[in-house]
Design a protein around this ligand. Structure first.
Ligand SMILES: [Mn+2]
Length: 377
């Protein structure tokens, strides 16, 4: 498989090419907004770090467009925000600490101006520590943040400044896909869209599908790239935001990338998929075989050079015979360990285990149990 990072770079190149067209038309964007996730893990691979550096140089260094970004839940806020204080002067604004929320990026263009605020993704408990109160949900944390911002936002309004917010969150009403890492363990991860209506625009990160939430001014641009089967067929692109002195003149538009490859999910048996004519699209293969064939990925990748994932989706699993009147424990006590394991394998693979495998299992289990007996006096 070709590494995905090259394809991601191609998408960034396309974004820069679109910006160049806008510049050529005399409409240089003031700021690029990145609402996270910046990377897909808290310690990103060196190659990904280098490519972000290159992209920022293309936008800020070569095109004079400032960049405002916030870390998402995959990111480490501290690492993404490394040297943020110094970088402020260079056109890169990273909102990475609770304090940074109160230092908006101010942009002025002609007679209009805007204040861009950013809320870095932090756990509710971390916000609680900052506000010295117990915060157990993302919504409670957002409420506390916005409450503390009220006087500043009022001052912006008085000064005629438009306000923009960068937020990495799961806003109630949004449609998720399979590839967003859950925002919280326990506790509610949903935040209420109601809280966001005072801003002129809210640039949301986290959900991978581009979508508006309750208003055209509260939007997810979506990821630049599809990352899971549930994103097959979903458009990828970016949102252009034009804010004017008069709110009525604002223009907010989603622009989709024309992608050379789309994401396809193919289901079938391993042998059938191997016979499929080669495809240049991204492919997620869902095999109907009862057992994942040996080296399935490597062999399928010869047909689908942009294979992303091979999973197994057995056609029909027989429903377990028990109608579960007894507890699992009661059923287990009546049966030998190898029978319990055999039943599990039957449920998981349809075929269950062969006589030979069963013999091996009995032998291994008795050896293991004997060792345990010796160990426990
Ligand atoms: Mn996220």
């Amino acid at each position: 498989m070709k590494p995905l990072i090259d394809d991601q770079e191609a998408v960034l190149a396309r974004l820069l090419a679109d910006i160049d067209i806008q510049i050529a038309n005399g409409q240089r964007p003031d700021t690029l907004l990145l609402a996270g996730d910046v990377f897909d893990r808290s310690i990103p691979p060196e190659d990904a770090v280098r490519r972000l550096d290159r992209f920022l140089d293309e936008a800020i260094g070569k095109r004079g467009i400032s960049v405002a970004m916030i870390p998402g839940n995959h990111d480490s806020a501290t690492r993404v925000g490394a040297n943020a204080t110094l970088l402020k002067k260079s056109g890169l604004r990273v909102f990475s600490s609770p304090e940074s929320v109160y230092e908006p990026l101010l942009i002025t263009s002609g007679s209009s101006s805007a204040a861009i605020y950013g809320v870095p993704y932090l756990e509710p408990a971390e916000w609680g520590f900052h506000f010295k109160q117990t915060l157990t949900s993302h919504d409670a944390a957002l409420a506390a943040i916005l409450e503390s911002l009220k006087p500043q936002l009022a001052a912006d309004r008085t000064a005629g400044r438009r306000t923009v917010l960068l937020l990495h969150a799961f806003v109630a009403g949004g449609q998720a896909s399979e590839s967003e890492r859950p925002l919280s363990i326990g506790g509610s991860e949903l935040v209420s869209a109601e809280r966001l209506h005072d801003f002129d625009y809210v640039a949301l990160g986290h959900l991978h599908r581009p979508q508006r939430v309750t208003s055209d001014r509260i939007r997810y641009s979506g990821s630049l790239f599809p990352y899971s089967a549930s994103e097959a067929g979903s458009e990828k692109g970016y949102v252009t935001i034009e804010l004017h002195r008069e709110r009525e003149s604002d223009r907010i538009e989603f622009a989709a990338f024309e992608t050379e490859r789309s994401l396809r999910v193919l289901s079938g048996s391993f042998t059938d998929l191997l016979k499929t004519p080669p495809l240049n699209d991204y492919v997620i293969a869902e095999l109907t075989d009862s057992i994942l064939p040996f080296e399935a990925f490597r062999r399928l990748a010869t047909v689908f050079p942009h294979l992303l994932h091979v999973g197994r989706r057995p056609t029909e699993l027989p429903t377990p015979e028990t109608d579960q009147p007894r507890t699992l424990r009661a059923r287990r006590e009546e049966r030998a360990d190898h029978e319990v394991i055999g039943d599990f394998l039957k449920e998981a693979t349809v075929d269950g285990c062969s006589d030979e495998e069963r013999e091996w299992l009995i032998g291994e289990l008795s050896q293991f149990l004997n060792k345990e007996k010796e160990r426990v006096p």
